[in-house]
Design a protein around this ligand. Structure first.
Ligand SMILES: Nc1ncnc2c1ncn2[C@@H]1O[C@H](COP(=O)(O)OP(=O)(O)OP(=O)(O)O)[C@@H](O)[C@H]1O
Length: 581
């Protein structure tokens, strides 16, 4: 029952979003379809005149007029068909393009946690495939459905006029077919909905496989991946098979029932003609009109399944479009004006899943321009604290305060324009090194760019490249070492010149020279910025203004390196006995 309700909602949504704004063009398309259908009806009518009037009377003038009429009707059909495709199909493609842009834009407004729970391949399929459903809604599909109904009704009128009894006989199998078709749609729609889901899952997994190729080969796990993919494609196949059975049932029942009707008509028509109550012309035009009534009905069943598929895709699009954006304008009403960069956590608690709190009553202050190093064992909550400071997450209770303002009420982009993040596995785009650095500040001047490049010691290796900063990286370009990539992402952050930095230091072991360059660029980056660093480097930790030792979601120790060492507590243990931070 609830499913049914949901379907209606998304249909209403689709009508409001896509059909009403295009009512002009769609009405014109409808007019063209009706014109095309009506001009199609000329042929059966002309056949009757030919057989019953023109041939018996040897009326050559009449024949000429008839031919002109039929040719004009054919011409109208050709012109309207062409215009329809041009008008509606082009508009549908235009809408698909617009909708993709809208869905992608919406996706980027959703909180990080949404992405944590989704496969990227599945999201790609939402942007690229699901929206294609509108093609059938705005393209020729819906208009054909309405146009087809009109033709069927007009043809029915002519059929009744020629012979009401025979029409009644025909209507019965047509009605049975309509009932079967309706039932089949009800059966097919959930299958189509599942298909989109399975498709997205399989694509998602495939993307992951490609991204994780090193791990897969490293663990010799190809066979396992193959099996998972095979299972996925089989699920897809089974799904398609199910819908094909339903469609085949519909097609063959239409052939059977309508064939039966034709045989019946031949019988009744033959009987009437033998007794002289029906002319041969009436009989021929009846069969032709019948074709005109039935063809749209059969066509409608095809369009019906296309529309069903379309709605299944749009269901998922609608679901996404209705999600709450992270920068909720009703909640995040405050804008940051004079930015200083004092951050404090007040009684902050947080849980990813209900009932499993991962941070408990965190309190600390990070004054403007200071460096706060977060250390502690794996899974203790360091990244979660950093994500709260970056507004990627919002506290369940307590507040993160920036310059006296509660961050959960602050307009996100007014805050994030002052924020910079350098993460362990920072992503670089396919493109030149320069493009990758400019990414955070595309309007930066050449001088600013060079300053960032020098500050992060990027020039140290780009100078050795023939193309310098214009060197292509990624699939088609040079392959960079981990340390070089890190320096590019540091240069990017330097160029953005944020007041707050979230830094997840890479743990990877670099050679001493690379390490030295990175350390120096990090010093440059942290200068005069409020920095939260998930620290792994001794030098960073030693220089930090404060170290927070996190264990099981709590701050267990807090202070400077020397103070904490002197305390001989948890930090001392982490630092000396375990030898790992
Ligand atoms: N997206 C998530 N959904 C559910 N639980 C999560 C999620 N991210 C982290 N957690 C859990 O929250 C806890 C804290 O994780 P967090 O990533 O903050 O730890 P960490 O100290 O940064 O660990 P590491 O040093 O290993 O990166 C862990 O128990 C982890 O399992």
């Amino acid at each position: 029952m609830s499913k049914k309700k949901n379907e209606n909602v998304s249909f209403q949504w689709a009508v409001k979003e896509f059909i009403i704004p295009r009512k002009g063009i769609l009405s014109f398309g409808l007019l063209l379809i009706v014109l095309r259908s009506l001009s199609g009806l000329v042929l059966p009518y002309a056949s009757k005149t030919l057989l019953d009037d023109i041939i018996p009377n040897k009326d050559f003038d009449g024949l000429t007029v008839l031919l002109v009429l039929v040719c004009s009707a054919i011409l109208i059909q050709a012109v309207t068909s062409f215009s329809l495709t041009r008008l509606l199909s082009v508009e549908a493609q235009n809408l698909i393009a617009q909708l993709r842009v809208k869905v992608q834009k919406k996706l980027l407004t959703l909180p990080i946690r949404f992405f944590d729970n989704q496969k990227s391949g599945a999201l790609v399929s939402r942007v690229m495939t699901d929206v294609e459903g509108v093609r059938n809604l705005v393209g020729t599909g819906l208009v054909q459905l309405i146009g087809g109904s009109i033709t069927a009704i007009v043809a029915l009128y002519f059929l009744i006029n020629i012979n009401a009894m025979m029409t009644l006989f025909v209507l019965l199998p047509v009605l049975i077919f309509a009932v079967i078709a309706l039932k089949a749609f009800g059966f097919i729609r959930p299958i189509f909905r599942d298909r989109g889901k399975i498709n997205a899952e399989v694509t998602g997994r495939l993307t992951e496989t490609m991204n994780g190729i090193r791990v897969i080969k490293g663990f010799n796990a190809e066979a396992q991946e193959n099996e998972i993919f095979e299972k996925g494609t089989d699920r897809l196949f089974q799904n398609v098979k199910k819908s094909l059975t339903a469609t085949a049932l519909m097609t063959s029942s239409s052939t059977f029932l309508l064939g039966l009707a034709s045989a019946g008509i031949m019988g009744i028509g033959g009987y009437y003609m033998i007794y002289g109550s029906m002319t041969a012309g009436d009989f021929v035009s009846f069969t032709m009109f019948l074709g005109f009534m039935i063809a749209p009905i059969v066509q409608m069943s095809n369009i019906g399944s296309q529309l069903t598929e379309a709605m299944a895709g749009l269901d998922r699009t609608e679901e996404l479009m209705k999600m709450t954006e992270e920068d909720d304008p009703l909640v995040r009403t405050e804008f940051i004006k004079d930015f200083e960069g004092n951050v404090s956590f007040e009684e902050v608690s947080f849980s990813y899943e209900a009932g499993k709190e991962v941070l408990h009553n965190i309190n600390f202050t990070a004054p403007a321009g200071s460096v706060t190093a977060l250390v502690g064992s794996s899974g203790s909550g360091k990244s979660t604290i950093a994500s709260l400071a970056a507004t990627f997450l919002t506290p369940d209770s307590g507040k993160v305060i920036l310059d006296g303002q509660d961050l959960s009420k602050v307009n996100l982009s007014s805050y994030r324009q002052h924020l910079g993040v350098v993460l362990q596995d920072d992503f670089l785009y396919e493109g030149t090194i320069k493009e990758n650095i400019l990414f955070a500040n595309p309007t930066a001047s050449e001088a600013e760019l060079l300053q960032a490049v020098e500050g992060a010691y990027v020039s140290e290796f780009t100078n050795r490249f023939e193309e310098g900063l214009e060197t292509l990286i990624g699939e088609r370009g040079v392959k960079l070492s981990g340390g070089q990539k890190q320096r590019i992402s540091i240069a990017r952050a330097l160029l953005a010149n944020p007041k707050i930095i979230i830094l997840d230091e890479a743990t990877s072991n670099l050679d001493t020279e690379s390490e030295a360059f990175i350390q120096q660029s990090l010093v440059e980056l942290m200068k005069n910025r409020t920095t939260f660093v998930i620290a792994h480097r001794l030098t960073t930790i030693q220089k930090a203004d404060q170290i927070l030792v996190i264990e099981q979601g709590k701050i267990v120790e807090q202070g400077k390196h020397e103070e904490l060492m002197a305390k001989q507590g948890r930090y001392h243990k982490l630092y000396t006995v375990q030898g790992r931070i």
